[in-house]
Design a protein around this ligand. Structure first.
Ligand code: HSE
Length: 409
């Protein structure tokens, strides 16, 4: 018998309690034993709810109860999730979390404690929500040298970009819908400024390389500057704009970044719409694989947490080798990363195209009727080269309205 305590009865925590109840038989079979919810820790009261009799307000009860084998952390944030997760591991309990902020900030230390105490620190739900991606990385792809991970890793921003693209909705109204559907972070700035994607790609990069990744080393740009006009051009070009978190690993050199990218219909991540996430992983022997599914939301995320509860039950007395060590991965400066660039330029092509082509080199030009602007699609160049050209263009009197990295063939 495994006894579980859930810390945080919010969107995900209540989903975990529901799945443990509804799928009890299936879970017992998979875990080889009964898995029972013993406590739910929350500051709030939940009168009339199914967990009313399990509700506690004091973490010490969990920490000091030798019957509790697995502690589920679904509180979010770092305080008190970090001290509680750490104390649980030190007390010899497995910890399962959906909290990417916790894993990105303290994963190295929590994984080390778990190894030392012969328990497990699992976090399948922390990246890609309900999509199995952490476990494939430490099991199925274990024999591969991972060369690239590129993902649409945030449901809220993908939902917003899809609504802007397909329905011409405004950024604000699409964000409100995503919040109402329970996809967004408590502070949606974490979604729209790319911070949530940054933590997820940091976790996936650390999983792929076996080394700690400092998420602060990852260049991060959100979607707040993407406008309806960008989508008009994208539409004309048979393209769309998606928020990517990406790691490109080539020997010692690792580029990791978060940014909106213009992609065409032939890109494997083009069809990943609405709240769905998609993650592309390239291995040196396997080639490209794709993982697709619900990247946010109550039951999909809770489902990944429950899978970790089962994994912990199957390894009740041993630590599963996974995760990363404390040797920090060096992330290459963004200025050395290469892309094509979609650039919107003020003025008519008649007036500005010659200068633009001279500065940016041979580029495709896109013109929309009735606009006092046009766009260029440059050849591939480093960020540094692009910034230098952009500066030269502006110094010569040109005016850039927008630039978006592009992966268009
Ligand atoms: N706010 C996150 C998202 C939740 O929209 O993807 C899942 O991590």
């Amino acid at each position: 018998m495994m006894k579980v305590a859930i810390m945080g009865y919010g969107t995900i925590g209540s989903g975990v309690a529901e799945i443990l109840e509804k799928n009890a038989e299936q879970i017992e079979q998979a875990a080889g034993q009964k898995v029972e919810l013993k406590y739910v820790l929350d500051l709030r009261e939940f009168p009339g709810s199914p967990i009313e009799d399990k509700l506690i307000h004091d973490f010490k009860i969990i920490e000091e109860d030798p019957d509790v084998n697995i502690v589920v952390e679904t509180m979010g944030g770092l305080n008190p999730s970090y001290p509680f997760a750490k104390a649980s591991l030190l007390a010899g309990k497995h910890v399962v979390t959906s909290n990417k902020a916790l894993v990105a900030a303290y994963g190295t230390e929590l994984l080390a404690i778990a190894r030392e105490r012969q328990v497990n620190f699992f976090f399948e739900a922390s990246a890609g929500g309900g999509i199995p991606i952490i476990r494939p990385l430490y099991r199925c792809l274990r024999g591969e040298v991972i060369q690239e991970i590129t993902g649409i890793l945030n449901g809220t921003t993908n939902y917003i970009l899809t609504k802007m693209d397909k329905n011409g909705e405004s950024f604000e109204s699409a964000l409100k819908e995503a919040q109402a559907l329970g996809y967004a972070e408590r502070n949606p700035e974490a979604d729209v400024e790319g911070h949530d994607t940054c933590r997820k790609i940091a976790i996936l990069t650390a999983m792929a390389t076996g080394h700690e990744v400092n998420y602060e080393d990852i260049y991060t740009e959100g979607i707040t500057k993407i406008s309806d006009v960008d989508f008009k051009y994208a539409d004309r070009m048979g393209a769309s704009v998606k928020l990517f978190g990406s790691s490109r690993i080539s020997g010692e050199q690792v580029h990791a970044w978060v940014a909106p990218v213009m992609i065409g219909r032939d890109h494997p991540l083009y069809m990943v719409s609405d709240v769905f996430n998609g993650i592309l992983v390239k291995g040196n022997m396997l080639g490209t694989t794709m993982y697709y599914g619900s990247g946010a939301g109550r039951l999909p995320t809770a489902s990944a947490v429950v899978a970790d509860i089962i994994e912990a039950s199957l390894h009740k007395h041993s630590n599963v080798p996974m995760g990363w060590n404390d040797e920090r991965l060096s992330i290459a400066d963004m200025s050395t990363s290469s892309h094509r660039f979609f650039v919107r330029i003020a003025g008519t092509p008649e007036r500005e195209k010659a200068l633009a082509q001279k500065v940016f080199g041979p580029s495709e030009t896109v013109v929309l009727d009735g606009m006092d602007e046009f766009a260029l699609l440059t050849e591939r160049m480093t960020e540094k080269a692009f910034e230098e050209k952009a500066e030269a263009f502006e110094s010569a009197g040109g005016h850039i309205l927008q630039r978006i990295r592009a992966e268009l063939s």
